[in-house]
Design a protein around this ligand. Structure first.
Ligand SMILES: Nc1nc2c(ncn2[C@@H]2O[C@H](COP(=O)(O)OP(=O)(O)OP(=O)(O)O)[C@@H](O)[C@H]2O)c(=O)[nH]1
Ligand SMILES: [Mg+2]
Length: 189
C-alpha cells in the first residue's frame, strides 16, 4: 500500500478530478472525517466557459483534501482544481495516487475528455462517477460508456456528491477496482 502523504498511517491516496463545477469540493466535504482542506477563491471566468454555472461564486484554486476510513483502509482524497488556469497543479496532486475518480456531468460530457485522457495516460485505475443534477436527463450506463469511449473494465457509478453514503459507496467501488487492477506480486520462497 502507498504510504500516507503526510507520513501518517499507511493508506491509499486517490485523486478526484472532473470539470469545473461538477461537484468535486462538495464530494470531499460530504465524506471527509476530518475538516476538509479547501482552497476556494472568488470565481472569475479566467478563460473558462462558466455560462452553465450561473450561481457559482467560488472555485478551487489549488486542491481539496479529505480523509476517511473505508472498510479499515485510510483513504486520502485529493481533488483537483476545475479552472484551466490552475491545471498546472494536477501533476503535483496526482503524485503517489493509486486510483482516481473522474466525476462527470451528463449535461456537459464533452468537458470530461481532458480529465479521462489525463488519468488514462497516467495508467491509474479509475471509476467514472456520474453526478446527477435536476436537469441532467436520462443516460443509461451503456450510453455513457459509448459516449465516453470507456474500456469495459472501468466501473461507472452514480453518485450524489452531497450525500455521504452515496460517496462512500463510490469510494468502496474505487478501492475494490484498485485492488482488482493491482497485480499480485510473485511470492518469495
Ligand atoms: N443538484 C446538485 N447540485 C450539486 C451536486 N453536487 C454539487 N452541487 C452543487 O454544484 C455546485 C458546484 O459544486 P463544487 O463542489 O464547488 O464543484 P467543483 O467541481 O469543486 O468546482 P471547481 O472547483 O470550481 O471545479 C455547488 O453549488 C454544489 O452545491 C449534486 O449532486 N446535485
Ligand atoms: Mg472545487
Amino acid at each position: 500500500m502507498a504510504r500516507a502523504p503526510t507520513g501518517g498511517p499507511p493508506g491509499l491516496k486517490i485523486v478526484l478530478t472532473g470539470p469545473l463545477g461538477v461537484g468535486k469540493t462538495t464530494l470531499v466535504a460530504a465524506v471527509s472525517e476530518i475538516v476538509p482542506l479547501t482552497t476556494e477563491a472568488r470565481m472569475s471566468a479566467g478563460g473558462d466557459d462558466i455560462s452553465h454555472r450561473p450561481g457559482k461564486v467560488t472555485t478551487t484554486v489549488a486542491m481539496d483534501f479529505g480523509r476517511l476510513d473505508v472498510n479499515g483502509v485510510t483513504v486520502y482524497v485529493f481533488g483537483t482544481p476545475g479552472q484551466q488556469r490552475f491545471w498546472f497543479m494536477w501533476d503535483a496532486i496526482v503524485q503517489g495516487a493509486v486510483g482516481a475518480v473522474v466525476l462527470v456531468d451528463t449535461r456537459r460530457l464533452e468537458y470530461s475528455f481532458r480529465h479521462l485522457d489525463y488519468i488514462e495516460n497516467r495508467r491509474l485505475p479509475f471509476v467514472v462517477a456520474v453526478n446527477r443534477f435536476p436537469d441532467s436527463g436520462t443516460y443509461t450506463t451503456d450510453d455513457l460508456r459509448e459516449a465516453l469511449s470507456l474500456p469495459g473494465e472501468v466501473p461507472v457509478v452514480e453518485v450524489d456528491a452531497r450525500d455521504e453514503h452515496s460517496v462512500r459507496r463510490l469510494l468502496i467501488a474505487l478501492v475494490e477496482h484498485v485492488i482488482a487492477s493491482t497485480p499480485i506480486p510473485a511470492s518469495v520462497s
